[in-house]
Ligand binder design. Sequence first.
Ligand code: ZN
Length: 98
Amino acid sequence: MFSLGLRKIILVALIAVIFIVANAWIVVNWLYDRGVIQWADGVCEKFLTGTAITVIAAMLFLSVTPRSSASRLVSRCGVCDTAILGKKNYCPDCGSKL
Ligand SMILES: [Zn+2]
């Protein structure tokens, strides 16, 4: 049921996944030997407390602009694809009705 091309792709993907997993382990071991993981663990315990993570999450949530108001501020002309600021009835570039 699988074509030859599809089987080749599956085999290559399988080899790639095994290769990536094997190298990921080498990278983790190397980082551990260098003390990067211990350092990151210490930083995590000192600075990334539950309160800090909550504040960061709240700031990210508040800084996201709502999509509906953003799409109302900037629209695109259907003919020439020019960005149009504000609410206009006609495209300033090509003059087509929006
Ligand atoms: Zn236009």
